[in-house]
Write a protein that binds this ligand. Structure first.
Ligand SMILES: [Zn+2]
Length: 146
């Protein structure tokens, strides 16, 4: 089911913002763990920082081994949670998908969070869902207080 709305737990939100701040001025990236309910709401319970394997500072390449390891862990102890998306930061840019992002949005229904942040703090966060044809469709984003 295509996601219609993304709800991030406060814990995951704090974690991913701290990670993007720590990596600045490099792009940070990580995986988003949660579930999709019958109404198409994506509930993100946790975020997992992942090593960025990109060779330049203005790109991201999630370590595929980290994703496989996390998938395995979730199958064993995830209590129904799965990898539902990923996040990365734009240290200098807007929270909009770059041309390179769009070219890589091949995995349909995966949630993308793009964090625009610098030393002054968070400028904005964009939430998107990958759709066929290498598109990233904007979806509503909210943070759940806990
Ligand atoms: Zn990007």
């Amino acid at each position: 089911m295509r996601a219609s709305r993304v709800m991030v737990s406060a814990a995951a939100w704090v974690e991913l913002l701290a990670h993007t701040a720590a990596e600045w001025p490099r792009e940070a990236c990580g995986l988003l763990v949660g579930r999709i309910d019958a109404d198409g709401n994506v509930w993100i319970a946790a975020s997992e920082p992942v090593a960025n394997l990109a060779s330049t500072d203005d790109a991201f390449e999630l370590d595929p081994a980290a994703r496989i390891a996390l998938q395995r862990r979730l199958r064993e102890t995830g209590e129904g949670h799965a990898i539902v998306g990923h996040y990365h930061s734009h240290p200098f840019g807007e929270p909009d998908p770059s041309v390179r992002d769009l070219a890589r949005a091949e995995e349909a229904d995966l949630v993308w969070l793009i964090v625009s942040a610098g030393p002054e703090g968070v400028r904005g966060v964009g939430a998107y869902v990958a759709a066929p044809g290498s598109r990233l469709v904007p979806v509503a984003l909210s943070v759940r207080p806990q």
